[in-house]
Design a protein around this ligand. Structure first.
Ligand code: HEC
Length: 235
């Protein structure tokens, strides 16, 4: 076997090293671009949903605030109510009434309701998704909100729910003794402070979200191409 000269040997070694180095470089490049792209794609697909959830959350918190406000004037109202019960001043009716007005101003971009498994008003009867979420909140007290993409009345929507918990102030109408009539003539249900009485249930059609997601993805893939094309000829 012919022994390789020193010169040849180093030449061979350095070219093999260069190939290895280039291969490693290309490998690292492809992996890092792949990881980066995956992160961007996931992030950009999630983003419109996150934004929408922030909006829905803000509406739910606003409803909760209206409820608290109307609740805070109950003392004053019940003095006035001795002669007449005013439905519009029921905390939840005020919360839903203002949210309905807001939804109308937003031209049907989202829908809102208050749902309950024991509704006084039949319109508030929880549907199967809402029923399931009430169970989620009841069995996991630390869960503050839930969301999911679901089919609702034949359209795909992003649904959001936040629990409505009973506070001490609610007891005058929803507390004890069970069966006694409240000022509106409804039987008190015997809820306890902390119980889940219902849900703020909101939804937004996903059509606009899907368009935004698509636009985001086109941007990400465009960026990916710009990043990956120039180094390719060197690999
Ligand atoms: C002055 C009496 C009164 C007080 C106080 C009151 N509610 Fe109600 N609540 C009602 C009435 C009446 C309805 C039915 C409203 C309707 O006709 O749509 C109702 C409806 C609701 C609903 C909608 C589901 C359903 O049963 O139709 C929820 C949820 C609710 N109340 C929770 C609360 C919570 C939580 C509080 C305390 C922060 C509270 N309520 C305080 C009288 C009251």
């Amino acid at each position: 076997m012919k022994k390789l000269g020193f010169k040849n040997f180093t030449g061979f070694r350095s070219s093999s090293l260069a190939v290895k180095f280039l291969a490693a470089f290309c490998g690292v490049l492809v992996i890092s671009i792949g990881v980066g792209m995956t992160y961007l794609v996931l992030d950009q697909s999630r983003q419109p949903y996150e934004q929408e959830l922030n909006r829905l959350r803000a509406v739910a918190v606003q409803m909760d605030t209206v409820r608290d406000y109307v609740q805070s004037i109950q003392g004053q109202l019940s003095r006035d109510r001795e002669s007449v019960a005013i439905r519009g001043t029921v905390p939840m009716v005020a919360a839903l009434g203002t949210a309905d007005l807001y939804a109308a101003k937003m031209q049907g971009l989202f829908g809102v309701r208050i749902a309950s498994d024991r509704p006084r008003n039949p319109k508030n009867k929880a549907d199967s998704w809402e029923m399931a979420q009430m169970e989620v909140f009841r069995s996991n007290p630390s869960v503050a909100e839930v969301s999911a993409v679901e089919e609702l009345d034949g359209q795909r929507v992003l649904r959001y729910a936040m629990p409505v918990r009973v506070t001490a102030e609610c007891m005058t109408c929803h507390g004890f003794p069970v069966g006694e009539k409240d000022v509106f003539g409804y039987a008190k249900e015997g809820y306890q402070v902390g119980d889940i009485r219902g849900l703020y249930s909101l939804y937004v059609p996903t059509t606009a979200l899907e368009t935004r997601t698509r636009q985001n993805l086109i941007r990400v893939y465009g960026l990916g191409l710009v990043m990956i094309l120039p180094p390719i000829p060197r690999c």
